[in-house]
Every structure is written in structure tokens, then in C-alpha cells.
Design a protein around this ligand. Structure first.
Ligand SMILES: Nc1ncnc2c1ncn2[C@@H]1O[C@H](COP(=O)(O)OP(=O)(O)O)[C@@H](O)[C@H]1O
Ligand SMILES: [Mg+2]
Length: 493
């Protein structure tokens, strides 16, 4: 039942049905039109023929009165020596009748007799009328004849004789009949062949769809690397395959990011937990004095603090990325805000022996921003800059405007970031291993720049980075000053 409905409602069936239906209609219409055209032409030819013959009759048939009395009789003036005229005469006289004014046939062919003579009333009517009269008759076998009736006036114009000539339409009728039967026999055959070809081609056209479906069924979370082979025909189905493959590619990227992320999280959490466990175990087995216990507890607390920091940051990030953090936007002057923030970082900068300077390219730069998030963004960038700039270096924070955009630039003269790491530094847990790591006194979580990137995006802004290893790094943040929609309390993720 299910299979049956699927067959009847399927695309292949629908395509074939529509195609066959249209094809049948077209074929029938053409056959009918052609048959009508043929019938009309055959008819016209027959009538033309009879009209011509009638002219010959008028020219060659005379009603004469040669014995002097009122002994009128028809007389043909065909030249019997001329074979052409003989043929014409024979043809005309194969179906004909000549009757006197009382309707009595005086000369006729046997064929006309078999068609039946015309009643005297009809004859009299025709003798009075001046129009050509056409009559259809059938012989006892049912063969159709067309008869042209009229009259011929005697030479002295005193009498009229009824004359009728006819022609068998048997050939035309037979031709039409044959054509009709040919159609009746051939059309179903042609439709059947058309239907079959339609079915085959529709199936072929839809094959890729089935392949796509089969491929899609094979693809799961564990084998997202599968792709549907493109057929290279550049048609709509190829486009579908392409789109589908692109979708799978995006899914694959997200999946691997998620997988990587879970691995990273477990890794990040495992280390402090192992450390805490070790410290506590050691204390349990070897500590004797209260002082030793105390030291173990203090150390463990520090590691637990790091653990909860990671968990807090992760929670915040996932809330941010799933749109649960709502920006509290208000009108803020970035020049003032960042100036204050840079002031706060003077102490850590002095501690790291780097100079930290603020420059404003504009007097004011007011827009709708979330104060806390902007501060968090700047804090992250500044602490990175201080962390990764060796003693004696300098950091510069510049705020400017570029049309409708606010531009914040954080430049340092630090270690820089090797080019191959640049595309990844905004990923969660991503840290550049090597020189930087040793240079930095404390190990970061690798989450700071993920926040920075999210905050810029949430404000509809962009973040760019440029870095030369050994020379320094510059982060550019561009934020639109005018916001569309309500100015505060708006969710922009
Ligand atoms: N100003 C900078 N100079 C050099 N490297 C940087 C700078 N800012 C960030 N990085 C690199 O990008 C990585 C990711 O930064 P971030 O997400 O803030 O993590 P974290 O600061 O916790 O290490 C850092 O580990 C560091 O290698
Ligand atoms: Mg950082």
C-alpha cells in the first residue's frame, strides 16, 4: 500500500504521466486536424471536378428538335474521333441522367439508375430554379455519390431538360477511412513507446536524486568526511550536490571544533585536578605538622581557583555564543572609557617594565555600547599585550573614528605571533606554544581572545590582527557607532 502510493505520487510517475498526457493530447489534436484538412481537400477536389464536368456538359449537350415536330431529344456533340474527348465523354456519362420536363428519364447510365431516379417533383423544382443543386446519394452497396443537378435549355429555348451528373466519392471515403484506422492503430502504439521512453528518461533524470538520498543516509556524525560525487554536468542537480556537500563541510568543521573543544576542556580540567589530588595525597601520607597541612591546602585552593576560573569562563562563553548574554547598551564615549581603563593598567605595565600610552585621534567618540563588555574586551587585549611584551617594550592604545565606525587599536612591540597561528588565536583554548609561553609568567587559559572576538561580533563589529614575529602585534577593532533598532537591552548574537 505504502509502496503503491509512493509509486503513484512519485516524481517519476508524475513526470511520465504529465508528459504522456500532453503527448497524447498533442497527437490526437494533430491527427484530427489533419483528417479534417484531408477530408476538406478531397471534397473540394471532387466538387471542382464536377463543376468542370458540368461546364463540359453545357458545351456539348444540346437538346435538339431535328425532325421538325415537337420531337425533342438530347444530343451530345463530342468528337468521337478524338480519344481525349472520348475519355471525357465516357467519364461524364458514367454517372448521369437526362430527364424531360415531366421527370421521365430519357437517357441515363446504369450507375445512376442504381442510385435511384429523382422524383418528378424534384425535377420540376430544379427546372424552375437557377441555382446549381448538389445532392448526396448512396448506391445499394452504400458507396457515396455526389450529384450535380441542373437543366439544359433546348436550342429554340422552348424546353428545359433536367440533367444530373455524379461522381463516386468512394476513393475519398476509403482514403479517409484508411487514415482513421491507421491513427486508431498507430496512436496507442506511439503513446506506449512515448510513455516507456518518458518513464526511462524520467528515471534517468531522477537517478542522481536517489544517489544523493543514499549518500545522505550514509553520512552520519562519525563519517562526515563523505561527499557526494559531482557529475560535472553543471545542471540544477549538480548545484544541489554542491550545496549539499558544502553543508556537510560546514557541519564537519563544526563537529570537529566541538570534538576539539571537548578534548581541550577535559585536558584543561584534568591537569589542575591531578595536581590537587597529588598535593592532597602527599599531604595525607607525609605531612606531620599543621604548617605542612596548611601549605597543601593553600596550594590546592590555588589550583581549585584556576579550575573554577576555567569553568566560569567556559560557562560565560557558551552563554555568549548561544545568545543568552544580553548586551546592556548605553550611550558611551569610548575616548573617556578607554582612557580610564588604560590608567588602570599602568601599574601592571610598570610591573612588566613596559610603557603604556593612550592616544585619542578624536575628541569624543560616542556610540551605543555595553560598558562591561567593552571593558572586558580592552582588558583582555591589554593584559595580553603586557604579558607578551618583554621588558623595555611599549604599548600604544589608539581610539579614532572612520566614518560611522569607531576604531580601537592596541599595538605592542612584543614577541609577535607566527603567521601559521594567526587564524587560530581566536579559538577557544588556543595558545601559541614556544617562546611566548616561557616568556609569560603565568599560563593563560587561551580563552581571552575568544571573548574579545565574541564581544566585537555582538556589537556588529570586526576584529583584525597583524603581527610580525619579533617586532610586535596590532589588534584592530571596528565598531559601528550608530545601532539599528532600540538602543538598550538588545540581544545581538
Ligand atoms: N599581543 C600579543 N602578542 C603576542 N601573542 C599574543 C598576543 N595576544 C595574544 N597572543 C597569542 O594568542 C594566544 C591566545 O590569546 P588568549 O586567547 O588571550 O589566551 P591567553 O592570553 O590565555 O594565552 C596567546 O596564548 C598568545 O600566544
Ligand atoms: Mg589573554
Amino acid at each position: 500500500m505504502n509502496n503503491r502510493t509512493r509509486f503513484l505520487g512519485g516524481l517519476r510517475f508524475t513526470l511520465t504521466a504529465i508528459y504522456t498526457g500532453l503527448f497524447t493530447l498533442l497527437l490526437l489534436a494533430v491527427s484530427i486536424l489533419f483528417r479534417q484538412y484531408l477530408a476538406k481537400n478531397l471534397d473540394e477536389q471532387g466538387y471542382d471536378d464536377l463543376t468542370q464536368s458540368w461546364a463540359v456538359v453545357l458545351a456539348n449537350l444540346h437538346i435538339v428538335n431535328d425532325s421538325g415536330q415537337s420531337n425533342y431529344h438530347p444530343k451530345w456533340f463530342f468528337d468521337t474521333a478524338d480519344p481525349d474527348e472520348n475519355t471525357i465523354s465516357a467519364r461524364i456519362r458514367s454517372v448521369y441522367v437526362i430527364a424531360d420536363e415531366n421527370g421521365k428519364p430519357v437517357e441515363y447510365s446504369s450507375t445512376y439508375e442504381s442510385l435511384g431516379f429523382d422524383p418528378p417533383a424534384q425535377v420540376k423544382k430544379i427546372l424552375k430554379s437557377n441555382q446549381a443543386v448538389w445532392v448526396n446519394k448512396r448506391d445499394p452497396d452504400g458507396v457515396p455519390y455526389v450529384i450535380r443537378q441542373g437543366y439544359v435549355t433546348s436550342e429554340d429555348r422552348s424546353r428545359r431538360y433536367f440533367v444530373a451528373i455524379g461522381r463516386s466519392f468512394a476513393d475519398s471515403a476509403q482514403l479517409l477511412n484508411r487514415f482513421t484506422w491507421l491513427c486508431v492503430g498507430l496512436i496507442p502504439l506511439v503513446i506506449l513507446v512515448g510513455c516507456l521512453t518518458g518513464w526511462i528518461f524520467a528515471g534517468r533524470a531522477l537517478n542522481p536524486v536517489r544517489e544523493i538520498a543514499a549518500a545522505a543516509q550514509r553520512i552520519g556524525g562519525s563519517n562526515l568526511s563523505l561527499r557526494i560525487p559531482s557529475r560535472g554536468s553543471g545542471d540544477e542537480l549538480d548545484y544541489l550536490v554542491q550545496t549539499f556537500n558544502q553543508m556537510i563541510e560546514r557541519l564537519e568543521v563544526s563537529f570537529s571544533q566541538i570534538r576539539q573543544f571537548s578534548t581541550d576542556v577535559s585536558h584543561e580540567l584534568r591537569t589542575p585536578i591531578t595536581v590537587v589530588r597529588g598535593q592532597l595525597e602527599v599531604a595525607l601520607f607525609t605531612a606531620n605538622t599543621a604548617e605542612q597541612y596548611r601549605e597543601a591546602i593553600v596550594n590546592s585552593l590555588a589550583d581549585i581557583e584556576r579550575l573554577s576560573q576555567i569553568v566560569r569562563a567556559l560557562l560565560l562563553l557558551s552563554q555568549a555564543e548561544t545568545g543568552q548574554v544580553i548586551l546592556q547598551k548605553q550611550s558611551i564615549d569610548l575616548v573617556e572609557l578607554i582612557d580610564g581603563l588604560v590608567d588602570q593598567f599602568q601599574i601592571p605595565a610598570e610591573g612588566a617594565e613596559v610603557t603604556l600610552k593612550f592616544e585619542a585621534a578624536v575628541y569624543r567618540c560616542v556610540g551605543d555600547f555595553d560598558r562591561i563588555q567593552i571593558e572586558r574586551m580592552l582588558s583582555n587585549l591589554l593584559s595580553n599585550a603586557i604579558k607578551f611584551t618583554p621588558a623595555g617594550g611599549s604599548i600604544r592604545v589608539v581610539v579614532g573614528r572612520e566614518g560611522d565606525l569607531a576604531e580601537i587599536r592596541v599595538e605592542d612591540t612584543g614577541h609577535g605571533i607566527p603567521e601559521q597561528h594567526l587564524p587560530h588565536i581566536f579559538d577557544r583554548f588556543y595558545r601559541v606554544r614556544g617562546a611566548n609561553e616561557q616568556a609569560s609568567p603565568e599560563k593563560g587559559l587561551g580563552l581571552g581572545l575568544s571573548f574579545v572576538a565574541w564581544i566585537a561580533k555582538a556589537h556588529n563589529g570586526t576584529i583584525d590582527v597583524q603581527s610580525t614575529p619579533g617586532k610586535g602585534t596590532t589588534f584592530w577593532i571596528r565598531l559601528p557607532l550608530a545601532t539599528a533598532g532600540p538602543a538598550t537591552g538588545e540581544n545581538v548574537v
